[in-house]
Design a protein around this ligand. Structure first.
Ligand code: SF4
Ligand code: SF4
Length: 234
């Protein structure tokens, strides 16, 4: 039987031999830790498992999602408690899609000292400082675009000297963009009108009688709606 290569990692200072092909999360569980917080999708999307670690002889503090980062020999692991995030309640109907929304909801945004610590902390390689600075420059669309792949792990927030929660700030920019700034596609408006007028009634009723195989075949054979950017927007 093929021998599984093992390496040594230190969890809370104690040495453990774990398989070399494990993620940090896998190694913690292999070592006997039952994770009940700081675990979510296990696929690198939900941002729940923010982890910090050190490597021997390396001054740097490394940060990563535990579920999608492989262990390394002699890694020092230490779990951190959840990232406290200030989640103010706001009514988007009462906000303008510009910097004033952030003045009201996240005034700390304007304390950014442009140190770039957040960008260096981001496991998604996002330009975090740039998306915060985009708001200060009143460019909400740019913030929404640059923060789009944020998984809300909070690793930027725990390093920020201005004590802001960047991922919630980015989220507000995307909400404002979606509600006020994103051009509406003509196709959606037209299609909703067609549905209202009962154009698809017969087709829908017919689909309701189909078995799974026919439904799958019909789904794959459907006309794909053209991208609204190719047909113009309102
Ligand atoms: S921007 Fe911040 S919260 Fe979002 S993925 Fe990067 S480090 Fe995590
Ligand atoms: S860590 Fe905070 S203060 Fe520094 S650039 Fe990022 S948002 Fe600005």
């Amino acid at each position: 039987m093929e021998q599984v290569k093992k390496i040594t990692v230190y969890i809370m200072g104690k040495a453990y031999k774990v398989p070399a092909d494990q993620t940090i999360m896998g190694a913690l569980e292999y070592a006997g830790y039952q994770l009940v917080r700081g675990v979510g999708c296990r696929e690198g999307f939900c941002g729940s498992c923010a982890t910090i670690y050190r490597k021997p002889g390396d001054y740097k503090f490394h940060m990563a999602p535990a579920c999608s980062t492989l262990v390394e020999d002699q890694m020092y692991l230490s779990q951190i408690p959840f990232v406290p995030t200030d989640k103010p309640v706001y009514n988007i109907e009462k906000l303008e899609p510009d910097y004033t929304a952030f003045e009201k909801v996240f005034p700390e945004t304007f304390r950014c000292v442009a140190c770039n610590t957040c960008t260096k902390a981001c496991p998604q390689d996002l330009e975090v400082m740039d998306y915060i600075q985009a708001i200060i420059k009143n460019n909400i669309s740019e913030c929404a675009d640059l923060s789009f792949d944020c998984i809300a792990c909070g690793l930027c927030a725990i390093r920020c000297p201005a004590e802001m929660v960047q991922h919630n700030i980015g989220l507000l920019s995307r909400r404002l963009y979606g509600k006020y700034l994103n051009p509406r596609g003509k196709n959606l408006k037209n299609r909703l009108q067609e549905i209202k007028e009962g154009k698809y009634e017969q087709e829908i009723r017919q689909m309701m009688t189909m078995d799974k195989d026919n439904l799958v075949k019909t789904y794959h054979g459907r006309d794909i709606e053209p991208d609204y950017r190719d047909v113009g927007a309102d």
